[in-house]
Ligand binder design. Structure first.
Ligand SMILES: O=C[C@H](O)COP(=O)(O)O
Length: 269
């Protein structure tokens, strides 16, 4: 399905890296590099997803310097307030100016036992607070080797967006991240990324609406670098990237954000 009016989104998930002082330096550097290249944020949206402890500092620098970079959080509580030690509510994140909240990242699913129902509840909390959830799905190596990865991912989409209306799904972001490609240097081929992103869009059309399918942005994540971004982003159902390791280097991340300037090296031996 053609990309049409979907504005690509490049999101940098810093994971548990960068203290609040380092965060300010990294955001400033990213902004400078993009400014230097006259980056058009209407053409490609750029967001960073720092640890919770950095958000206030990132908010201050983004607002103070009137940056066009947006930012988000890596997780959110399903609870609104109260005795939930260690949890952070959606309203707290909204108050910090977060535009996005990543939910259901494979590291949350694996290390914190999060299932699709919890992920859907978190997505709804983010939406209720005025933020956009980036809902992550993806298969492990065993499922990929079995060849059932498409069914696995479409089922995860069904479960992880359960309860959202077609309009809410249209405004959401889905990230397809094959677990075997995260932080391993093992990137899925552009065709692998397209296969699953296309199937996810078809599933959204079937379960929600064709309009939601046309509007929802679907990102690819897993060892995205400047060297492979152009080929991945050229796929018709890939609307951006969720970038981990490479988002910690301002120059590299800025190059990914400007993927349309990069050569497509996929055919080069
Ligand atoms: O959220 C980001 C993904 O887990 C990808 O991480 P990576 O780019 O380091 O493979």
């Amino acid at each position: 399905m053609a990309q049409q009016q979907r504005v690509p989104l490049i999101a940098g998930n810093w994971k548990m890296n960068q203290n609040h002082q380092e965060a300010v330096v990294l955001v400033q550097k990213l902004s400078w590099v993009l400014q230097d290249k006259k980056h058009d944020y209407e053409r490609v949206e750029v967001t960073v997803v720092p640890p919770f402890t950095d958000l206030r500092s990132v908010q201050t620098i983004v607002d103070g310097d009137r940056m066009r970079i947006t930012y988000g959080a890596q997780d959110v509580s399903v609870h609104d307030a109260g005795a939930y030690t260690g949890e952070i509510s959606a309203s707290m994140l909204a108050k910090l100016g977060c535009s996005y909240v990543v939910v259901g990242h494979s590291e949350r699913r694996e290390y914190h036992g999060e299932d699709d129902a919890l992920v859907a509840a978190k997505a709804l909390k983010a939406i209720d607070a005025g933020m956009t959830p980036i809902v992550c799905v993806g298969e492990g190596l065993d499922i990929r080797n079995e060849g059932t990865h498409v069914a696995h991912c479409t089922q995860q989409v069904e479960g992880s967006l359960a309860g959202l209306s077609p309009d809410q799904v249209a405004e959401a972001v889905i990230a397809y991240e094959p677990v075997w490609a995260i932080g391993t240097g093992e990137v899925a081929t552009p065709e692998d990324a397209q296969e699953v992103c296309e199937a996810i869009r078809a599933q959204v059309a079937k379960t929600w609406s064709s309009q939601a399918a046309e509007r929802v942005r679907i990102l690819y994540g897993g060892s995205v670098k400047a060297a492979n971004a152009a080929a991945i982003m050229a796929q018709p159902d890939v609307d951006g990237a969720l970038v981990g390791g490479a988002s910690l280097q301002a120059e590299e991340f800025a190059a990914i954000c400007r993927f349309y300037d990069l050569p497509d090296l996929s055919g080069v031996a």
